[in-house]
Design a protein around this ligand. Structure first.
Ligand SMILES: NC(=O)NCCC[C@H](N)C(=O)O
Length: 304
């Protein structure tokens, strides 16, 4: 049996699911897109090619190999985009939650059966139907659980709003001894620069006490300010609109000292190195065209 353990975003990684770009299907039609950045590239004729994305994911897998991380891959489903393993499930402490994801993406979950078979069935939990939640919005951070949400009355109009009020209440009920802190995110179905698709598209902790953050991703100034105060202004790397669009906040921590990042994120990578991090740079700009990057492509199972 696999003993799951995730209580933060950065402790040394032991086991992870990494998505796959294999057999991800033809270029979607504009009405099949479920995020504005994919839509932009579909319309411009620049949607990423499977072979290019596979190369990027291979580079990511090699970094895991270098650090001795056990990597699981989903079973390949025909013509199914399975790159973003993050959203289909998430682990908090020793439990794996089966996300109530956008219906367009539900098919992706069954493909991780190799991992599910190794987990005590009592530790695999499916929230009730009214709880909409995706792993990109969920971040355990020691005594806290951070959750990105959108609770406006027009929630049903946004295909980019994936985690609702019921989800925040549900996680509070499941973890009464943790502080569940929710953040209202800015949503747009059409403009990727005005859309924080998930919390990890505008914020992520790195190391033990630092964070990458984008103010405009948050709808409420006081919630953004809470994060600045929590980490301390000097520990926050503020990114601009274009950097959020490039997915600067979606790097991935292998440990408190090692961060995997995109090779073109020069300003961020320099800052990380100045702070003492080892930065493992890989190419990931093709996958970035689908409004997801490195954190989105992983689903951590065990951190030490
Ligand atoms: N955690 C994430 O932000 N995941 C990225 C998911 C991108 C995918 N195109 C989606 O819209 O679901």
């Amino acid at each position: 049996m696999m003993q799951l353990n995730i209580v933060d975003e950065t402790s040394p990684l032991k086991a992870v699911i990494l998505g796959t770009a294999k057999s991800c299907g033809p270029v979607p039609s504009p009405d099949e897109a479920y995020d504005p950045k994919s839509l932009e590239h579909i319309l411009a004729g620049t949607y990423p090619k499977e072979a290019d994305m596979e190369k990027e994911m291979d580079a990511f897998a090699k970094v895991f190999q270098k650090y001795g991380v056990e990597v699981y891959r989903p079973e390949i489903l025909q013509n199914c985009n399975q790159i973003f393993a993050r959203d289909i499930a998430f682990v908090i402490e020793d439990k794996l939650f089966h996300a109530n994801i956008l219906p367009d993406r539900e098919r992706e979950f069954v493909a991780i059966h190799e991992v599910l078979d190794k987990i005590d069935p009592n530790k695999v939990i499916r929230p009730p139907e009214e709880v909409h939640i995706e792993g990109g919005d969920v971040m355990p951070w020691n005594d806290y659980i951070f959750i990105g949400t959108y609770t406006g009355p027009d929630y049903p109009d946004y295909i980019t709003a994936r985690t609702n009020r019921e989800a925040v209440e549900y996680i509070r009920r499941m973890f009464p001894y943790k502080t569940v802190k929710s953040f209202e995110l800015r949503k747009s179905n059409t403009d990727p620069k005005e859309n924080a698709l998930h919390l990890d598209c505008c914020f992520q902790p790195v190391g033990k006490d630092k964070a990458i953050l984008h103010r405009n991703g948050f709808l409420l100034e006081e919630e953004y300010q809470w994060l600045v105060d929590h980490f301390g202004k000097d520990n926050v790397f503020e990114i601009n609109k274009d950097e959020m669009y490039q997915m600067f906040s979606n790097v991935f921590s292998i440990s408190p000292e090692v961060v995997v990042s995109e090779k073109g994120f020069t300003r961020l990578n320099n800052w990380l190195r100045e702070q003492g991090f080892t930065v493992e740079e890989i190419p990931y700009a093709e996958i970035a065209k689908q409004e997801g990057l490195l954190r989105c492509s992983t689903m951590p199972l065990i951190r030490e």
